[in-house]
Design a protein around this ligand. Structure first.
Ligand code: F6R
Length: 259
């Protein structure tokens, strides 16, 4: 894991956008997109680079990490709608190139299998953006998720429902269940970009990065991946025991090395 501590959330967004831009400019690309608040700055950066610096996504396809069960794609809080509104409708990534899970599939288990097969048919994800939940989830793999899990239904913890209530008119409207890529699925992406911004993420981030690999902190499963870049602002980094080491290493990183 490479842990890069940057002063602010805006710096995190720029660094994440740099990594995605490099991937997209290198040729046909499969992007893994997360929703939630954390990647919004990155999406804004990419939109601006599309509008002003010729960054085109016509050679890219995208797969979403997860979806609320019971919300149709047309629901404003479905992750289908959110990603279109926050990112893909503002760049040249056609809606047929953006893939998500069907939250109202008659057979969610079959939908999960279909989704796994469609990621595989696309050649796998080149670069996957991830946020982290305050309980250490990635995707919606809540604590005690199997570290080898594949796409499936999960039940959200009370904490996650509370954290996500801000997106809904009424806290009771937050769905109980979701479809999410599993930790095994996520770990098959070739490059993982874990973003964390703000002090509320500090504890979960420290457990994920410096704690043991354990299902109680699902994000710790990323320690088993050969290419993870962790981009964090100083508030999210505040509980990392080895902050100085990460900063020193990044400060002396050869420029040609990239992320
Ligand atoms: C969203 C997702 C979640 C979020 C996490 C953090 O697609 O998979 O894991 O990344 O809940 O959410 P925010 O960024 O809103 O704090």
């Amino acid at each position: 894991m490479e842990i890069i501590i940057l002063p602010t959330g805006a710096d995190v967004a720029r660094a994440a956008a740099d990594a995605i831009e490099e991937q997209v400019r290198s040729g046909p690309s499969v992007l893994g997109l997360a929703t939630g608040s954390t990647p919004l700055g990155t999406y804004q950066e990419l939109i601006e680079r599309h509008r002003n610096y010729g960054l085109s996504f016509t050679n890219a396809r995208a797969f979403l990490l997860d979806e609320y069960l019971g919300l149709p794609a047309t629901h404003p809080q479905s992750y289908h709608s959110v990603i279109r509104k926050e990112f893909t409708d503002s760049v040249d990534l056609g809606s047929d190139a953006v893939h998500g899970l069907n939250g109202v599939a008659a057979d969610p288990a079959a939908e999960a299998l279909r989704y796994e097969a469609s990621i595989e048919a696309a050649g796998g994800v080149d670069i996957q953006i991830l946020g982290i939940g305050t309980d250490g989830h990635v995707g919606f793999n809540e604590p005690m998720s199997s570290l080898a899990s594949r796409t499936r239904i999960k039940t959200l913890t009370r904490q996650t429902r509370k954290d996500n209530a801000r997106f809904f008119e009424n806290p009771a409207d937050v769905p109980d269940h979701v479809l999410t890529q599993g930790l095994g699925t996520i770990r098959q992406a070739r490059h993982l970009l874990l973003l964390a911004v703000g002090a509320t993420k500090a504890q979960a981030l420290a457990a994920a990065v410096e704690g043991p690999v354990a299902a109680v902190c699902p994000a710790s499963a990323l320690q088993l991946h050969p290419h993870v870049t962790v981009l964090v602002d100083s508030a999210a980094a505040s509980k990392l025991a080895h902050r100085d080491y990460y900063q020193d290493t990044f400060g002396r990183k050869p420029q040609w090395q990239g992320l």
